[in-house]
Design a protein around this ligand. Structure first.
Ligand code: SAH
Length: 466
């Protein structure tokens, strides 16, 4: 380790920035964020610093740098474009043991500035020791996306309860207690914006814990895994995927998505191939409740969005009946994912003012749908689970008055590297895909918007017919 990472208190203390340009302005801004009193020495000020001066946030000492400027500040940053000045500032500061940073010149620094992820009061600082600031910023970018913006609130809750916890929980149990709180349902309440409920739950947990340690109950995360491409997961989905103890998933969840669940989590496959449920729905509902009652954090991972043809509602109804805590995380539904990746906007000013999602799943070989409503002009209709019944679907649409020439598409394994898009009309689609060896899952999109595919398709795929 070439540097000692520390966090310095500069609130209400004088800090000096030498230089008036945009780089100096960025440094001044960080100092201000940490509450420093900033003086800028420079003959002139650039636009950002001028603005900060006009609004009274910084002091400006006009003129060239003079050694006298070092009487007073507790920290100095040199950000001029004059190498000699930067050098002089560095030497004078080091002679006085005054912490000094010269921008982009590690050799002249007695401290360096990290890239920061600010989840105040949580602060994460990343440094490459000055070797590759760009790399530090890339790392910061990755951490930014991994660490929810709400983590700061978790720290705020901990601060609020710190004394109470000290009073009620003996030191030997305190660490385990906090881990349980921050990683369990109470922490989840905070992260999903239910802070009042989290406070109340923590209060009652404290009372119970003080009497006798209680095992914390489990919970269920009903999470939408999106249509296949793992990049389409939400941040929250990813976080819960990485902390669950058990993963209950079905066939639609892509292997690329499944791979992002915690390595040592137990995985339970509950099937759901067409008409071939590995586990009946009622048993899935019971399974989730049973696992949660064993104190497990259960990830119920579903393809697409859990509330769109996902039976997510049924699964959490069982949980409510048993009083098991849960949360629902939306996912990108197949219609959105396939439409985006096939270059078929679901609505368009010229072609469609509404869009309908409908199930094409056959029951006893037939489909009872409100066909009149599905053949309206200026409307896009998306059929989920429609491959098997595609002939009936297309025939019924035409029978109820949809022009046979209406464009129609079948999007196969949308958003994955195996995506294929078959473009035809309602009349010709069933015939066209008959020998195309279509692999599930696939989605049918009917409407004038399908025409736009030719112009808007962007996603490289195996062999799309453009
Ligand atoms: N809850 C899911 C839908 C479940 S129903 C969602 O919101 O997407 C299952 C149907 O979704 C499949 O029969 C198929 O029509 C569609 N589907 C899901 N993923 C798909 C994909 N990657 N490409 C095409 N269709 C998909």
């Amino acid at each position: 380790m070439d540097f000692l990472p520390t966090f310095m208190v500069i609130r209400d203390r004088p800090c000096l920035v030498v230089g008036g340009g945009e780089v100096a302005a960025r440094k001044a801004a960080v100092l201000l964020q940490a509450g420093g009193r900033v003086t800028v020495v420079s003959p002139t000020l650039g636009p950002t610093l001028t603005e900060l001066q006009t609004t009274g946030q910084i002091n400006h000492r006009p003129g060239a740098f003079s050694p006298d400027d070092l009487n007073g500040p507790i920290l100095v940053i040199a950000a001029t474009n004059d190498k000699r000045v930067n050098h002089q500032v560095s030497q004078l500061c080091q002679a006085r043991r005054l912490p000094v940073n010269v921008v982009d010149q590690p050799a002249l620094c007695s401290f360096i500035m990290p890239a920061i992820i600010d989840r105040s009061p949580v602060l994460i600082a990343v440094s490459t020791g000055g070797a590759a600031p760009v790399l530090a910023r890339l790392i910061r970018g990755r951490l930014e996306s991994l660490i929810p913006a709400t983590y700061g609130r978790l720290a705020t809750l901990a601060a609020r309860f710190r004394e109470k916890v000290q009073q009620h929980i003996p030191a030997s149990r305190r660490r385990a207690f906090w881990e349980q709180v921050l990683q369990g349902p109470i922490g989840e309440m905070v992260l999903s914006g239910r802070e009042a409920a989290a406070g109340a739950a923590l209060d009652s947990l404290l009372v119970r814990e003080a009497e006798q340690p209680v095992a914390q109950g489990g919970e269920v995360y009903l999470v939408g895994g999106g249509p296949g491409d793992p990049d389409l997961l939400t941040f929250r989905a990813l976080r819960l995927m990485q902390q669950a103890d058990v993963v209950v998933y079905d066939r639609l969840v892509s292997s690329a998505v499944l791979e992002l669940t915690r390595r040592d989590a137990k995985r339970i496959y509950v099937g759901k191939a067409r008409d071939n449920h590995a586990l009946p729905q009622e048993e899935i509902n019971q399974l989730l409740a049973r696992l949660a009652n064993q104190g497990k954090r259960v990830l119920r991972l579903k393809g697409g969005d859990p509330f769109i043809f996902g039976r997510g509602g049924e699964e959490i109804q069982t949980l409510t009946q048993e009083g098991i805590p849960f949360q629902v995380v939306p996912g990108i539904t197949a219609a959105s994912g396939c439409a985006a990746y096939a270059g078929i906007p679901l609505t368009h000013r010229d072609y469609a003012q509404s869009c309908v999602f409908v199930t094409g799943h056959l029951k006893d070989g037939s489909l009872s749908l409100n066909w009149e409503s599905l053949v309206q002009p200026q409307q896009t209709v998306v059929f989920y689970m429609g491959l098997h019944g595609i002939e009936i679907i297309c025939a019924k649409l035409i029978e109820h008055g949809l022009p046979a020439t209406t464009p129609a598409a079948l999007v196969e394994q949308g958003t994955t590297p195996q995506q294929r898009v078959h473009i035809a009309t309602v009349a010709s689609l069933p015939g066209q895909i008959k020998n195309a060896n279509v692999r599930p899952p696939s989605l049918i999109i009917v409407g004038e918007v399908v025409k736009l595919h030719r112009e808007l398709a962007w996603f490289e795929s195996r062999n799309a017919d453009r």
